[in-house]
Design a protein around this ligand. Structure first.
Ligand code: PGA
Length: 259
């Protein structure tokens, strides 16, 4: 039985997959299968071009909409970028920030992730702030330092009052899209240390409210054991979120643990 103070959140990160028609179809199937349950929070994060079509499918359901990135400015001469307000206008509630792919391929730094986090919070979006170490960092004993640096960097200026809005995703980079998953014990150990860091940053009351998702090859076969860990409050799912049956099966595991 999970900690009732933190409703499990299962978020699908579709990455650069599915056009708007395909996205709408997948959203429709997800809504028909798990769109009315209330035990678990569910969010799907399509590409920008699919947001509107997916928004139309999830309206009036219990499935929330999220984006995969945003700019920190609210408008202006930033060709190719999208603001928090624009996402709110399409009824997005969540936004993934600082995903390791954005850090690796698009040069996002902790300082940029921090600006985006503050802008998302100011616009009443719920940021899903991603942190995680590479294999090299883990093997050279830098896990704790990397997690602490990324977390403190991303959350500078965030206040305890934002605890209900803020979501952290621990995604070990070596587990993303590789089929390799952190063992439930290893993941739980990192999640517990993240909560301790959050306590130091924002106080115990806020830290107890903040959801810490696990991401990195979560799938129907391993979801239940990962989600049953004390400090794992949900999942950020990439590959397995692109098929309705695997995504909803992870949601079902979360429901089972919550009821
Ligand atoms: P994965 O991706 O589930 O395909 O490993 C997770 C993520 O990158 O958010």
């Amino acid at each position: 039985m999970k900690n009732k103070a933190r409703k499990l959140l299962i978020a699908g990160n579709w990455k650069m997959n599915l056009n708007s028609a395909e996205g709408a179809e997948l959203a429709e199937t997800i809504v028909s299968q798990v769109g009315t349950q209330m035990e678990v929070a569910v969010c799907i994060c399509p590409t920008f071009t699919s947001l509107e079509a997916v928004a139309q499918k999830v309206v009036n359901s219990n499935i929330a909409l999220g984006a995969q990135n945003m700019h920190f400015e609210s408008s202006g001469a930033y060709t190719g970028e999208i603001s928090a307000e624009m996402l709110r206008h399409l009824f997005a509630n969540f936004v993934i920030l600082g995903h390791s792919e954005r850090r690796e391929y698009f040069g996002e730094t902790d300082a940029i992730v921090n600006k985006k986090t503050l802008a998302a919070l100011a616009a009443s979006l719920k940021p899903i702030v991603c942190i995680g170490e590479t294999l090299e960092e883990r093997e050279s004993g830098q896990l704790n330092t990397v997690i602490e640096t990324q977390l403190k960097g991303a959350l500078a200026g965030v206040e305890p009052k934002h605890a209900d809005q803020l979501v952290i995703a621990y995604e070990p980079v070596w587990a993303i899209g590789t089929g390799k998953t952190a063992t439930p014990d290893d993941a739980e150990a990192v999640h517990a240390s993240i909560r301790k860091l959050l306590t130091g940053l924002l106080g115990g009351e806020a830290a107890e409210k903040i959801r810490i998702l696990y991401g990195g090859s979560m799938k129907p076969e391993n979801a239940e054991t990962l989600l049953s860990q004390e400090n794992i409050d949900g999942g950020l799912i990439g590959g397995a979120s692109l098929k309705a049956h695997s995504f909803t099966s992870i949601v079902e595991s979360a429901i089972k643990l919550s009821s």
